[in-house]
Design a protein around this ligand. Structure first.
Ligand SMILES: [Ca+2]
Ligand SMILES: [Ca+2]
Length: 382
């Protein structure tokens, strides 16, 4: 393995990378040092768990139903999973959704639908590929990858199963692709919008005031946000449920509860939430990861060795997270050295706290403080 030296280094720091976390569920973890995937039991995945080649410095993790993507620092988009060059399993939808166009300019973000991919480029233009490059009105070719010629520069994008959404620089919400449930019929009274979101056959926005609106399929109440939802900053729709991150950092879920997507929604405080098909994944403020909902392929079995993360994403049968690489002296696990680490170390002084006990003698002492000072500034750049 060409990243064995780093694994060895992690082991020196007390990290032991393993490849099989839950014995009963085949999965591949630590496919790269940065990216961790889980779920993907045998027979329900085609490479979603295998970002190749190993990708290190990445940002803007996202997933479609059967594929995942990251953006490299120079704006290059990498994708893996179903619909790639290596797709051979006929039971998986192969519309080349994981094959990034070679002439794509620098990418800011990308999102995945059921079988298509949308990319927002640095110049504000939107590109799409995969299913829906044609509009045949036959599944799944509904024109969802036919970006409107008059779209203009955009600031955000979202993808449902077979439709696409964009928020233009001028503040308009545009939708195209499959409209069988009115998911492309953008309400005329949305007002100022800060975010668009989509999954399944439903579309969502968060207004500038933080109010969630939804339209399209409402088979399980997924398009009916709770009346007392309050101000929200993020929205993570699943296929027939939705989870919002409320302004105080708490989560609220609604829609289908068939797999306890709603009733198992965790309490506590969060930085980010993502939803796949029938499960959700969230990043707590301490950067640990929690997943709930349908666990048919192990998609909710968060690997215990995952450590702290900075972003999560979810597909139909898989989950994926971007790790904060562990480094000596990073007490709060945010990937950098700062005064917060010194404060956290002194708060744990004299106590048993593995996150600040760098020499592993079981107690936080001045020796650990000197180790922190010696390591100052050496965390890997994000
Ligand atoms: Ca830190
Ligand atoms: Ca110690």
């Amino acid at each position: 393995m060409h990243h064995a030296p780093r694994r060895a280094a992690l082991q020196i720091l007390g990290w032991v990378a393993t490849t099989s976390i839950v014995a009963s569920i085949p999965m591949r973890c630590f496919a790269s040092d940065r990216i961790v995937t889980w779920g993907c039991a045998e027979g329900v995945c085609e490479g979603q768990d295998d970002p190749q080649p190993t990708i290190d410095l990445v940002s803007n993790l996202s997933s479609g139903a059967f594929h995942s993507m990251v953006v490299l620092p120079d704006g290059i988009l990498r994708a893996w999973g179903s619909g790639s060059e290596g797709s051979t399993n006929g039971s998986f939808p192969n519309f080349r959704q994981s094959i990034v166009p070679s002439d794509l300019g620098p990418v800011l973000t990308a999102v995945g639908g059921g079988t298509h991919t949308l990319a927002l480029l640095a110049d504000g233009s939107v590109r799409a590929w995969g299913a829906g490059l044609l509009n045949t009105s036959q599944i799944p070719q509904f024109g969802q990858s036919m970006v409107p010629a008059d779209l203009g520069p955009c600031v955000q994008i979202a993808a449902g199963n077979a439709h696409s959404l964009a928020l233009t620089r001028e503040g308009a919400v545009r939708a195209w692709g499959y409209d069988g449930f009115g998911q492309c019929a953008v309400p005329s009274d949305l007002g100022a919008v800060q975010r668009v979101a989509a999954n399944g056959y439903t579309s969502y926005v968060i207004s500038q005031a933080g109010v969630v609106r939804a339209w399209g399929l409402n088979s399980h109440g997924q398009a009916s946000p709770p009346a007392d939802l309050g101000v929200c900053s993020q929205l993570a729709p699943g296929f027939v449920h939705a989870v919002a991150l409320q302004i105080g950092g708490t989560l609220r879920a609604w829609g289908s509860d068939q797999h306890e997507q709603v009733t198992a929604c965790p309490s506590g405080f969060f930085l980010q939430v993502a939803s796949g098909g029938y499960h959700s994944v969230a990043l707590r403020t301490d950067r640990t990861v929690v997943a709930w909902g349908r666990n048919s392929a192990g998609q909710c079995e968060v690997p215990i060795e995952i450590g702290r993360c900075k972003q999560v994403a979810a597909g139909r049968h898989h989950s994926v997270a971007l790790r904060v690489l562990p480094c000596v002296g990073d007490v709060n696990g945010d990937g950098v050295h700062s005064g917060q680490d010194i404060g956290a170390l002194f708060a744990a002084f004299g106590a048993t706290d593995p996150s600040a006990d760098f020499d592993g003698d079981g107690v936080v002492t001045s020796i650990d403080f000197s180790i922190l000072l010696a390591a100052w500034g050496t965390c890997a750049p994000e």
